[in-house]
Design a protein around this ligand. Sequence first.
Ligand code: NAP
Length: 316
Amino acid sequence: MNEKKVIAVLGATGAQGGGLVRAILDDPDGGFTARALTRDVNSGAAKALAAAGAEVVAADVDDIESLKRAFDGAYGAYCVTFFWAHFSPEKELAEARAMAEAAKAAGLQHVIWSTLEDTRQWVPLSDTRMPTLMGKYKVPHFDAKGEANQVFSDLGVPTTYLLTSFYWDNLIHFGMGPKKGPDGRLAITLPMGDKKLPGIAAEDIGRCAYGIFKKGGELIGKTVGIAGEHLTGAEMAAALGDALGAEVGYNDVPPEVFRGFGFPGAEDLGNMFQFKRDFNDAFCGARNLEVARSLNPSLQTFDTWLARNKDRIPLE
Ligand SMILES: NC(=O)c1ccc[n+]([C@@H]2O[C@H](COP(=O)([O-])OP(=O)(O)OC[C@H]3O[C@@H](n4cnc5c(N)ncnc54)[C@H](OP(=O)(O)O)[C@@H]3O)[C@@H](O)[C@H]2O)c1
């Protein structure tokens, strides 16, 4: 029997990496094994992954030597950064560089880099449609990921660039679920006008990544964009209303209003939604539903995701 290929997975106890680990474990004859990287091998989440059959290994993206050790002997790696843990695009860029250098040192044969657009290619800093943030970014948590693509390619790391989409799980964990207005009616608030927002079940990102690894080297050097569906705010609100059995409206606020909401990251997200709204054809065009489904035949639609998760959505 051929030896199985080890995939080292960053963020294995989280959303994207967790989906990939579960996809590998769900397919014991698929030819791959999961090496789950975590800062704390003794956490409940890490122990659960070990109990499910993953190899659990300590690594920290801020410690390149730990990455080199964790990548050693692996076939491939899933690389993702954690912007919302520190809100620093510079740190994200340094972490991506550490991952790419560790991948090169370990001689990995296939890396998937979880990336997003460098929006400055569409909205240069001189463009006043949206404010420049942190001195040199338009959408900080996008731009550094996009900028980091070059690091992987310059180092010659065999990389697939995976363009992800808005997690529908944000309705549960990120404060984006329906909220009651002064009139007592539920509504979601997105500054998207009548444009479509590509969305995905976070779990499906890792499952699509597994599909990419299963294709061998076919997608190395390529950019693959995925989503479960492209939906307008009004369509999302209607689907939420059907699932929850309550009327849910859609508050289409201008991006400048969203930027002023005051929560940490509000300006970054306001710019992000404006970018998705104003460059909608390019943004949606880069995220192909058929490609995602071919990589992951169990890809969820918003209705499927809602049927499974509606009871977890907090209604404030
Ligand atoms: N929310 C969205 O809609 C969305 C959409 C597209 C892209 N993204 C991007 O997704 C990224 C986050 O991915 P995610 O949602 O999968 O993350 P997540 O669910 O927050 O999981 C993060 C996991 O990564 C690990 N981690 C955190 N800091 C680490 C470090 N220094 N070294 C090693 N591991 C570390 C943690 O595991 P341990 O505690 O076990 O170490 C944690 O469980 C962000 O950069 C965000 O911009 C988000």
